[in-house]
Design a binder for this molecule. Structure first.
Ligand SMILES: [Zn+2]
Length: 283
């Protein structure tokens, strides 16, 4: 069956080679009979720059990819609120007013996304006059769903281990950007009919949480393909802040985007870059 895949960049910085590899991978895995979607994840209110989305489209066209664009996240806030309300009504969310510093000081374990929230607010009365984030009670959620599995095209069948990330935030404190990445991306993929979620290995652990959310919200369960990450000589993932050249700079300088896409497909990377096929303790 042909796949529906997607590339879902955030307009808070220009695309670089790592994004190009991710977009090409998703595009090619959809195949000629499938559908490759572009979704602009623009709810990171403070950092989001709308003009960048236009540049992203020009970058994808320069790489000779074709895509169908689905609504940006800023147009989907109502669906995030509805899902959060439903989970809250089922007693699966609790408010948390802890600051990042407080969590850093009280956490006893480090997970895939930093210090694991120690559950401080899970069983305490939280002062709701202060802005609160809403966290998923992962242990209670898993008790209700029972064990869950998911399938990665590269790593094979996985037992869902959302506990590896702790009680993640689903609704952020910031009223302008209500949904966390976990909630928004999971709902969007279901709404967009994505059948093969293609993204970098750095999001492998996040999939444990997404699989749990699909069970809780009775969403269809796609397959996943977590691909290797382009890294520099020190093994660090490419990032604009570390000087990875923007695709738009190369495009505007008149470089050949189709030739670049061919190089990336063939695994020919610029000097100093290589593909990292495993991230920490995750396959
Ligand atoms: Zn808290």
């Amino acid at each position: 069956m042909p796949h529906v895949t997607r590339f879902a960049p955030s307009p808070n910085g220009p695309l670089h080679l790592g994004h190009a590899l991710s977009a090409i991978t998703a595009h090619d895995l959809a195949g000629s009979n499938g559908t490759f979607l572009l979704r602009i994840e623009d709810i990171d209110g403070q950092r989001s720059r709308p003009k960048l989305a236009e540049s992203f489209r020009a970058d994808l066209a320069w790489l000779a990819l074709d895509w169908r664009e689905v609504p940006q996240q800023s147009g989907r806030i109502a669906s995030y609120r509805a899902a959060a309300d439903r989970l809250r009504a089922e007693g699966l969310l609790y408010p948390c007013t802890c600051t990042r510093a407080q969590i850093g000081a009280t956490a006893t374990a480090i997970g895939a996304e930093g210090p694991i929230y120690p559950g401080t607010c899970r069983n305490s009365l939280t002062d709701l006059s202060a802005p609160a984030a809403w966290r998923l009670d992962v242990a209670e959620a898993l008790r209700r769903t029972g064990p869950l599995i998911w399938h990665d095209a590269v790593a094979g069948e996985q037992q869902a281990r959302p506990d590896l990330l702790g009680d993640v935030v689903l609704v952020r404190k910031d009223a302008a950007t209500p949904a966390s990445y976990h909630l928004a991306a999971t709902l969007d993929d279901a709404a967009d009919g994505v059948t093969l979620v293609t993204r970098g290995l750095d999001l492998f652990a996040a999939t444990h949480v997404h699989r749990l959310l699909q069970a809780l919200l009775r969403l269809p369960v796609p397959q996943w393909h977590h691909h290797g990450l382009l890294a520099d000589a020190d093994g660090r993932k490419l990032a604009k802040r570390r000087g990875s050249p923007a695709l738009s700079d190369r495009r505007l300088a008149g470089d050949d985007g189709q030739a670049l896409a061919a190089d990336l497909r063939a695994g020919r990377f610029p000097t100093g870059l290589h593909l990292v096929q495993s991230v920490g303790c995750y396959p």
